[in-house]
Design a protein around this ligand. Structure first.
Ligand code: ADP
Ligand code: MG
Length: 334
């Protein structure tokens, strides 16, 4: 059974960046305003996330890494709700099947923090002969989750990965998206032992500050603010796109649907096409776009490694988004 769980977990968590995305979404669900990430060897040796969210009750710690025992999966209806990020209740379980997990957590009401170790979904004693029960320890409100030696027990998965630096780039990509989108939340990401953070945003900064912080000053001067409600199409859009003066070698497309980082290839293609009449050949725009669509019209693939999203009336909405963008671009360049 353990081996089957491990293989299934390797499907859910294919690389360090998937694991981190799940952990970040949990921190966001827990209402955190400060999320700090520490990484070693591209997340293969160590992936650590510290938040200041609600914390986990001591009594929940023994089952928290078992599949589908999550507090968020209360009703079947919740499967269709994307107001919270997590709704499958298998992220922590999966991670604990392919890594050594340590959780230190404290709720507001608890008099102290608790620390627990996990292997294969179950509490594990820190040393032979000791009790596996969570131990009281010092700590502030919030949760720290550490995943060490990712895929230590799944050689095939480990071999399929790119170099630690490539895996780290994927981690930075995930953190970048959430750090830009969630203004009001402070994010940091660094390599373990390093004095400098590779990504840092402050809780008091807005979207443009965050974009400047991560992508530099030049881009922040060429941004056009997007904000409109399309009642006829039942969606809202907001974000920032670059004007025709700015271009990069690679398109940067940060898409959020209902506050989840997702991909939508048809939309991406349409935007590339739109900008092709504005930008020199071979150059690309920066797009940060947040769409709010009636959750009932969105088909979120429940597979965590597939971020591709489909929604109702997709073609019409994509056309409408491009029309709006075209107007914004034309006004900015007029
Ligand atoms: P899901 O998010 O789908 O509920 P997960 O396996 O991702 O399932 O998480 C299991 C449960 O652990 C969550 O429902 C939540 O109650 C708790 N949890 C996980 N991470 C945190 C965190 N950072 N802060 C507070 N609670 C957390
Ligand atoms: Mg989750």
């Amino acid at each position: 059974e353990t081996v089957i769980n491990r293989i299934a977990a390797g499907e859910v968590i294919q690389r360090p960046a998937n694991a981190l995305k799940e952990l970040m979404e949990n921190s966001l669900d827990a209402g955190s305003t400060n999320i700090q990430i520490t990484v070693k060897d591209g997340g293969l040796k160590l992936l650590q996330i510290q938040d200041n969210g609600s914390g986990i009750n001591k009594d929940d710690l023994d089952i928290i890494c078992e599949r589908f025992t999550t507090s968020k999966l209360k009703e079947f209806n919740d499967l269709y709700s994307i107001n919270t990020f997590g709704f499958r209740g298998e992220a922590l379980a999966s991670i604990s099947h392919v890594a050594r997990v340590t959780i230190t957590t404290k709720t507001e009401d608890a008099t102290c923090a608790y620390k627990a170790y996990y292997i294969d979904g179950k509490l594990k004693a820190p040393r032979p002969g000791m009790s596996p029960e969570p131990r009281p320890c010092a700590g502030n409100k919030g949760t720290q989750i550490t995943a060490e030696d990712l895929f230590y027990n799944v050689a095939t998965r480990r071999k399929a990965l790119k170099s630690p630096s490539e895996e780290y780039n994927r981690i930075l990509d995930v953190v970048t998206r959430y750090a830009i989108h969630f203004s009001g939340i402070s994010f940091s990401c660094k390599k373990q032992g390093s004095n400098t953070t590779d990504i840092y945003t402050s809780s008091s900064s807005n979207h443009v500050d965050n974009i400047r912080q991560i992508y530099g000053l030049q881009i922040s001067r060429e941004l056009i603010k997007i904000e409109y409600t399309a009642d006829n199409y039942d969606y809202k859009a907001s974000g920032y796109i670059t004007n025709a003066n700015y271009n990069t070698k690679k398109m940067i497309f940060l898409l959020f649907i209902n506050h989840r980082a997702v991909e939508c290839s048809p939309l991406k293609k349409a935007i590339i096409n739109l900008y092709s009449s504005y930008l020199p050949k071979g150059t690309h725009p920066f797009i940060y776009l947040s769409l709010e669509i009636n959750p009932n019209n969105v088909d979120v693939n429940v597979h965590p490694t597939k971020r591709e999203v489909n929604f109702l009336n997709e073609e019409f909405i994509i056309d409408h988004i491009c029309e709006q963008m075209q107007n914004y671009l034309a006004n900015a360049n007029a």
